[in-house]
Design a protein around this ligand. Structure first.
Ligand SMILES: *Cc1c(COP(=O)(O)O)cnc(C)c1O
Length: 365
């Protein structure tokens, strides 16, 4: 067996310990004589799995009792519609446009009501986050929406926007569980798990319970009503059972690492290794303003497309894979999620140093 260092933005690297445990439990989960994939989602064994996953997630994030945890399907993209369908009572919501995912959420919401762009960083290819300390927010918006970590462009909020008392809704797909969070600051926190938690197919929604009701937009499908899933403890229909089980194992792994404080410290250390090198390199440079840099997704370029392509190719041959930037921006991107070990980042920087020595070049900054 040979594992590579996988810098994919998602689906992404998972902790080896967790993968080993999945393998061990594949044929016979805890004496049940079957794998978690094969058992009834209504049975006792599975019930314990999903309940334990929720309990561990609540513990990790310190989720208060007045918030519900829902395990849903349809990816983060389905939330782009589900959120307005459930929350747009006045048919008006504000969006901070910081990249493609925020823009898609904004565009989808505009099908259901007035989606207002409160701020945007499109003018500089989303390489920074707009100042959100004093936004002009109409009084009657139902919520303010952000994408908290911009997977493609590599920016991440260090401080939440001042929503002036309005409800905050955040897509945390790519920085879920990467640092401690004060859940009470949000109305809804949600994300697809395939970036920083588990296998694709699960979307976790953490929502304040008073926001869950039958008062949704006319025509909202049963499956797209939060109340449907809340009332049924996320078992209204067949959930992605095995995927939720793997998420649960990752929650246990995170607890073993010391929880979110400890993981945040490690994430900071890892990102620093890479950013410090980028700041000193004569060939490579980061593409994001320093104060808004993401600890999860680190885009960088050489300034020469051919050299970028060569780098990606040679890195792959050296066992450092999926470093190609998103197709919309080019260059490189190293996603260094929770499960990326520090050695992976060190190996990457060593390789970048070697590449720089071979190909020289001056920063065209
Ligand atoms: C990947 C991603 C999405 C889309 O997720 P799907 O689960 O594929 O729908 C949305 N938002 C962010 C921030 C992402 O990184």
């Amino acid at each position: 067996m040979s594992r590579v260092y996988n810098f994919s933005a998602g689906p992404a690297v998972l902790p080896e310990e967790v993968l080993r445990q999945c393998a061990e439990e594949m044929m016979d989960y805890h004496g049940s004589g079957m794998s978690v994939m094969e058992m009834s989602h209504r049975g006792k064994v599975y019930d314990a799995i999903i309940k334990e996953a929720e309990k561990d997630l609540r513990e990790l994030m310190g989720i208060p009792d007045n918030y519900a945890v829902l395990f849903l399907q349809g990816g983060a993209s389905t939330q782009f519609a589900m959120i307005p369908m459930n929350l747009m009572k006045n048919r008006k919501a504000g969006f901070i446009i910081t990249g493609q995912w925020a823009k898609k959420a904004y565009q989808e919401a505009s099908k259901y009501g007035e989606a207002i762009a409160l701020a945007s960083s499109a003018d500089k290819t989303f390489s920074y986050l707009p100042d959100c300390s004093d936004l002009d927010i109409p009084e009657d918006v139902d919520y303010v929406y952000i994408c908290e970590n911009n997977t493609i462009y590599g920016t991440e909020y260090k401080e939440l926007p001042n929503t002036k008392g309005h409800l905050l809704v955040a897509d945390v797909s790519s920085n879920f569980l990467s640092r401690p969070v004060d859940v009470t600051k949000y109305g809804v926190i949600y994300g697809g798990v395939q970036k920083n938690i588990g296998p694709a197919g699960v979307t976790i929604v953490i929502i304040r319970k008073d926001l869950i009701s039958d008062d949704v937009l006319p025509g909202t499908p049963t499956m797209l009503k939060y109340k449907t899933h809340f009332d049924a403890d996320s078992l209204y229909n067949t959930p992605p059972c095995w995927n939720i089980y793997v998420c649960g194992l990752v929650f246990k792994w995170l607890k073993k690492q010391g929880g979110l404080e400890a993981i945040a410290k490690r994430n900071e250390e890892k990102a620093k290794i890479l950013y410090d090198f980028l700041d000193s390199s004569k060939l490579f440079q980061g593409t994001v303003v320093k104060k808004d840099r993401s600890l999860m997704n680190v885009p960088f370029v050489t300034g020469d497309k051919d050299l970028d392509a060569l780098f990606v190719k040679e890195a792959e041959a050296a066992g450092l894979v999926s470093l190609k930037g998103h197709r919309s921006v080019g260059g490189m991107r190293a996603s260094i999620y929770n499960a990326m070990p520090k050695e992976g980042v060190e190996k990457l920087v060593d390789f970048m140093k070697k590449f720089e020595a071979e190909h020289g070049g001056e920063k065209n900054a």
